[in-house]
Design a protein around this ligand. Structure first.
Ligand code: ACM
Length: 526
């Protein structure tokens, strides 16, 4: 790791130079090597470009099912636009596109890769399958944007010559989708997963429960989904995932090297559960379903044993469905739970998560209680958050609690860009593209040690969003910036060069059918 990071710092200046050049192609017509998002750690351009032709084969390690599957994924991306056969073969001797897993390249880590492009081949080497997959995303972005089209286009399909050596700054690079305020079908979630994968995001945080809807089937408490999931903001039909559908999402995410982090938000944000089971309420009376957008009015009954039986059942069933390491227990905006009750509740619930083998993630209010060993606190404050609140989170970080940084006034993708944005909310202010990119997660929270920062997240709350096109308009172009903050070395960070690389992504979004916000801050046409 040390060698790769050291090299990254050396070449950071090189990336800057690439980025400040005019947004034109290299002399041979290829996208200059490394002019992609997120910026790679190290780029050494040189030599001839590789051209994908009708004869190109995708050669994979015969010993690896993962390499074969990733080869198939790459072929699926490129066959419609190139019109070529692009057979995936385990005859790994020869030219073409080569995907290799290398046991000895330990320095590439769990997610790193090395891509080498010459006149004869493009070779992606990784130590682990996730690295091969991320290398394939780099290859996609090196090709012309029309490679993303689902209809046949004309080439040439050139990959600039040289070597990219790349691994992430942070292991936790997350996007959240709130499927509670509005329900999103499995197909809509899969579409978003595909978009996240292009930018090397590796966690999908699903906000599965809130006041307006419970979205996951739980066999021991069936009314949570059938009744608690039967509506959404505005009173529409809502919905929920069956266990088979949830597993399908988890599997699909895993095939794109994203780990699903499921969230059951507690003790507040629980009206859908309270409406489904009267016994969960302190007064034994179930409230009506809720379809508005207020927050902080609901609370599980902290002093009833049935509350913990409920949490145990839900966590047990959800943990069993979830191969990933994490389970998010929310903990935000418990405005109708006393501080004492909140602490009691969070401190009782965390060991339940541990009992079922999962690592606790909570919104940063978790630090008002005692975060369990290994827990992650997700910081969602903003510039105006009180110094005392920031200090409390920083103190927990000094004590060993890991941090996921998702400032509401930087990374919340549902915040309006400007006062004229037709969708979204504005309680954290307007968040234009530069504001969402131009900060450093490593030193964002005063007093928190840099080593406590495990990564970043871009949450998408859905009070105002129900269609993929709406999600995409809010995510693009801000999501790639948060992805870059999570992946790229801090030394590459520079708005003036980033905005040029970002602008060069737009034809790719056009080809993918993503209607993005054309921010005046970004030089879209070079
Ligand atoms: C939050 O935005 N309530 C975590």
């Amino acid at each position: 790791m040390g060698a790769l990071v050291g090299a990254a710092l050396l070449v950071a200046a090189g990336i800057g130079a690439l980025g400040t050049a005019p947004a034109t192609a290299a002399p041979d017509g290829a996208t200059p090597l490394g002019r992609i998002v997120p910026a790679p750690a190290k780029v050494t351009p040189g030599g001839s470009a590789y051209e994908i032709t009708a004869k190109t084969r995708i050669r994979v390690d015969d010993a690896s099912k993962d390499a074969r599957r990733i080869g198939g994924y790459l072929a699926d991306v490129l066959r419609p636009s190139t019109g070529y056969r692009l057979p995936v073969t385990d005859d790994d001797a020869g030219d073409g596109i080569r995907l290799e897993l290398s046991a000895k390249d330990k320095a590439l880590g769990a997610e790193g890769y090395r891509l080498t492009s010459t006149g004869r081949s493009v070779t992606i080497v990784a130590h682990a399958p996730a690295g091969l997959f991320h290398g394939v995303q780099t290859l996609r972005q090196q090709l012309p944007a029309k490679a993303e089209s689902d209809s046949r286009q004309s080439g040439p399909w050139l990959v600039a010559g040289g070597t990219v050596e790349d691994s992430p700054r942070y292991g936790y690079r997350s996007a959240m989708l709130d499927v509670s305020r509005h329900f999103f079908s499995v197909d809509k979630v899969k579409r978003y997963i595909d978009q996240l994968a292009l930018y090397k995001i590796n966690k999908l945080h699903l906000h599965l429960s809130d006041d307006q809807g419970w979205r996951i089937a739980i066999d021991s408490w069936p009314r949570l989904a059938t009744y608690g999931g039967s509506t959404q903001v505005g009173g529409g039909a809502g919905g929920h995932y069956t266990k088979a559908q949830y597993k399908d999402i988890v599997r699909y995410a895993a095939s794109r090297y994203l780990e699903v982090v499921p969230e059951i938000d507690m003790p507040s944000h629980t009206n859908a559960a309270l409406a489904s089971y009267a016994e969960l309420n302190c007064d034994g009376v179930a409230p009506p379903l809720y379809t508005g957008t207020e927050v902080g009015f609901s609370s599980l009954c902290v002093n009833k044993q049935v509350t913990y039986d409920f949490v145990d059942d839900v966590v047990r069933e959800l943990a069993a469905l979830t191969p990933g390491k994490y389970l998010h227990i929310g903990g935000d905006e418990a405005h109708s739970t006393s501080h004492e009750d909140y602490v009691t509740f969070m401190n009782r619930v965390q060991p339940i998560v541990a009992k079922y083998g999962k690592t606790v993630v909570g919104w940063h209010q978790l630090t008002e209680a005692t975060p369990i060993k290994g827990a992650l606190a997700q910081y969602w404050g903003l510039d105006g958050t009180s110094a005392a609140e920031k200090a409390q989170v920083a103190a927990a970080a000094k004590n060993g609690t890991g941090l996921v940084i998702s400032p509401a006034d930087r990374t919340y993708l549902d915040m309006k860009y400007t006062k004229d944005t037709p969708l979204g909310l504005a309680w954290a202010g307007y968040v234009e593209v530069q504001r969402s990119y131009d900060w450093d997660p490593g030193n964002y929270l005063p007093g928190a040690p840099a080593a406590a920062v495990k990564g970043v997240e871009a949450p998408m709350w859905s009070e105002t969003l129900s269609e993929s096109a709406q999600v995409e308009y809010m995510a693009f172009p801000r999501l790639p910036g948060v992805a870059e903050l999570g992946w790229s070395p801090a030394a590459t960070h520079d708005w003036n060069t980033y905005k040029v690389r970002l602008a060069e992504q737009a034809p790719r979004w056009d080809a993918l059918g993503i209607a993005y916000y054309k921010s005046p801050q970004v030089p879209w046409n070079g």
